[in-house]
Design a protein around this ligand. Sequence first.
Ligand SMILES: CC(C)(COP(=O)(O)OP(=O)(O)OC[C@H]1O[C@@H](n2cnc3c(N)ncnc32)[C@H](O)[C@@H]1OP(=O)(O)O)[C@@H](O)C(=O)NCCC(=O)NCCS
Length: 165
Amino acid sequence: MKPFDIISSSPDAASLTRLLDLCFGPGRHARTAERLREGNRAMADYDFCAQSADGTLLGSISFWPIYIGQSPALLLGPLAVHPEHQGVGIGEHLMQTALAAVDAKRFPIVLLVGDLPYYERVGFAVAPPAVRLPGPVDPARLLVKGGHAECADLAGLVRPAPELC
Ligand SMILES: CC(C)(COP(=O)(O)OP(=O)(O)OC[C@H]1O[C@@H](n2cnc3c(N)ncnc32)[C@H](O)[C@@H]1OP(=O)(O)O)[C@@H](O)C(=O)NCCC(=O)NCCS
């Protein structure tokens, strides 16, 4: 039996804050990706979490509406798995389940800042150099997933798009 369940809902705010502090540390609000969450709202339909049988929060994923230039898209993140439960597939299950739920007609592109070796297994690739974030980011960690045509032509500044929620 799988030691976790993937649930279609967001965790309670206090549990989520504890998990994110554990996974990313106190400096997490200074990250450039955070600029895309300010004044924005997570897409409630695409919030998923992983729980143990007794309801303990083990992991979480969320998505935020953005524009990349003129193209509607989603920012993936944060994706976080409790340090004591990493390496058993929770992160990958969260991503596969959540990405399968995304309406690709509304949001043909998903963008994130993360490590290519981890995310390429679910189809992410380095974004074209013309895609810019509102702050510093290592271009090798700026990743996109979508159809080839959509991704190849991507360009412009990435900004929050709460009106797409
Ligand atoms: C990254 C994270 C979400 C992965 O979750 P997880 O549940 O441990 O991942 P999975 O069990 O699905 O996958 C584990 C595999 O991914 C690999 N992996 C984990 N993090 C990786 C990384 N940053 N780069 C490359 N590979 C990575 C592991 O080595 C393992 O490889 P294996 O399957 O060959 O043994 C989790 O480690 C975490 O929360 N880290 C801290 C927060 C973070 O960095 N989040 C992502 C920021 S964008």
